[in-house]
Design a binder for this molecule. Structure first.
Ligand code: IDC
Length: 521
């Protein structure tokens, strides 16, 4: 039941010495209290009697289901539907809303029109499911006791998810403008469907990147979403999870508020968790394995909660040969993919930047052994494989791709630092894409390859223009305050989320702008 503030019924004893006046006053107060109490009780009764209608959302069909049945809500929410909140409240009795189910398309339809119900339920495919809740059909003309519930029609959802009922006027006005992967004009306003008794609770939350796009896969050189639409991941990489600079442990950036800032203010849909394997107490080099796994878990949970995608990055660098720590990698990815097998938003990057002369043949062998470990737990997981020479030799990978099941849903990493890697590396990327190699820019910097000096936004712009044109996903290095050009946050700013633009570095501001533009913010 929703809590309401009941008026206080006690009253202070009036300070009067005249008996008659006292009696009158007491009687008067008593009557006032009774009347007030009765009014409050009536309001409470109305509220108690109102029935919440829940809204749940099916990611794979795009349908919003309305139900006043709590069991149905709970059951569906644990079976692939997302609970979005109380859509509106309805009177316990009133005009009946009939629900029909289309057994062919799996769509649901709500109507207050008994004739429509009868016609449809005798037609092929529709099954009448009964009265699901009650509403007020005629406009009661009193905006404080009745709330219009609007109906929208989705012209793109064929057969299922065709309609949406909402009490949220803002949602009714903004959905037709497009956004979150839905083109402008896809939703059409259809007016007031009926009236409800009240909202009393927050309106449903707007949908997140994951709600809109679901689990991803690789088709040709593209990442596509659950509905087969081309999709691009864009976001920030953390710096090393085991690093500390300026007194700030970088693991502290792995928090929900930070990711929410990236999602809502930057337009990011993805974060990358860079877990170094060697230097600075890396995972295989004296780092606390359990703690590091805990940070990764925290990051995945925060991203999941926010409906963002998240890359678990096995950040090899100092030791450029991924086979050197293959045992650790196997164990790590086995555990992570087991834990996150039901998370369609998790991607696995199995070797950040092979280097030190290690060839593609060696990396490919490593990938062909690690990918099956991940896929044994999570058959559809997306994997990103690093390429030789700090993930620049996509040409080697293009010439000798990973085939068979391990090659499916697998992307190849290309990393660039704008002031070091210029047109020659873009040419290489183009050629590899032309040869059909799916590429992911899982790390880039706007500066020199050292991570410090040489900011070059002209080159960076050329890179992102190309990546956007060819639907190549990109992640920027890095979300931290280290005093080096690549960092997004000013070295003096200790905030762990909610950064203002003046608290961002030149690189941070530039990347934020590029991300917002790409997201259409
Ligand atoms: C750099 C960091 C820097 C750190 C150094 C060594 O920015 O603070 O001291 O690593 O650990 C990469 C790597 C990435 C590098 C980055 C910049 O993936 O770890 O980070 N870079 O040098 N590849 C190309 C450049």
């Amino acid at each position: 039941m929703t809590q309401t503030n009941r008026p206080a019924t006690g009253s202070a004893r009036p300070a009067s010495h005249r008996p008659l006046a006292l009696v009158t006053l007491v009687l008067g107060l008593l009557v006032a209290c009774l009347a007030f109490g009765a009014r409050a009780a009536r309001a409470d009764e109305a509220l108690d009697a109102s029935v919440p209608v829940y809204r749940i959302y099916n990611r794979s069909t795009g349908e919003h289901l309305l139900t006043a049945d709590e069991n149905e809500k709970n059951y569906q929410s644990s079976h692939g539907w997302r609970y979005e909140g109380i859509a509106f409240r309805t009177p316990a009795t009133g005009d009946e809303v009939y629900r029909l189910y289309n057994t062919a398309t799996h769509d649901h339809l709500y109507t207050t029109d008994a004739h429509e119900r009868d016609v449809l339920s005798t037609e092929n495919g529709w099954r009448y499911e009964g009265v699901k809740f009650h509403v007020i059909k005629a406009d009661p003309g009193n905006p404080t006791t009745a709330y219009p519930v609007y109906r929208l029609w989705n012209t793109l959802n064929k057969g299922v998810g065709t309609h949406l009922w909402t009490l949220d006027e803002n949602e009714y006005q903004t959905l037709p403008q497009g956004g979150s992967g839905t083109p402008a004009g896809a939703w059409k306003q259809e007016g007031v469907a009926w009236y409800a008794t009240g909202p009393f609770e927050a309106a449903p939350k707007p949908s997140t990147p994951y709600d809109t796009h679901g689990a991803l896969s690789v088709r040709g050189t593209d990442i596509v979403d659950e509905y087969g639409r081309k999709f691009q991941l864009r976001g920030m990489s953390t710096h090393g999870l085991s690093f500390t600079e300026e007194g700030v442990p970088f693991k502290d950036y792995v928090n929900r508020d930070a990711f929410q800032t990236l999602r809502d203010d930057w337009g990011a849909n993805c974060v990358r968790l860079a877990m170094y394997t060697e230097s600075y107490m890396g995972y295989c080099n004296g780092g606390n394995k359990e703690e590091l796994k805990g940070i990764v878990r925290r990051g995945v949970n925060a991203a999941t909660d926010l409906g963002m995608y998240v890359i678990i990055d096995w950040h090899i660098l100092e030791n450029g040969n991924p086979t050197a720590r293959e045992g650790d990698a196997r164990e790590f990815f086995d555990q992570m993919s087991r834990e996150f097998k039901d998370h369609g938003n998790v991607l696995y990057e199995i070797c950040n930047e092979p280097n030190g002369g290690v060839d593609w043949y060696t990396i490919k062998g490593y990938a062909e052994r690690i990918i099956p470990v991940i896929r044994a737990n999570d058959p559809d997981a997306i994997v990103i494989v690093g390429t030789p020479e700090w993930s620049q030799r996509v040409d080697s990978a293009a010439a000798d791709r990973i085939w068979g099941p391990s090659g499916e849903n697998t992307l190849y990493a290309l990393h660039f630092y704008a002031n070091t890697h210029t047109q020659w590396l873009r040419d290489r990327m183009n050629a590899a894409l032309d040869a059909g190699l799916p590429i992911f820019i899982s790390e880039f910097g706007t500066c020199d390859a050292s991570g410090n000096g040489g900011l070059n936004f002209g080159e960076a712009q050329q890179w992102l223009d190309l990546a956007n044109r060819r639907n190549v996903s990109w992640m920027n290095w890095s979300l931290c305050l280290k005093n080096e050009s690549a960092s997004a946050i000013q070295p003096w700013c200790k905030k762990l989320s909610g950064w203002e633009t003046w608290e961002l570095t030149d690189s941070g501001n530039w990347v934020r702008g590029a991300m917002r533009a790409a997201a259409g913010l």
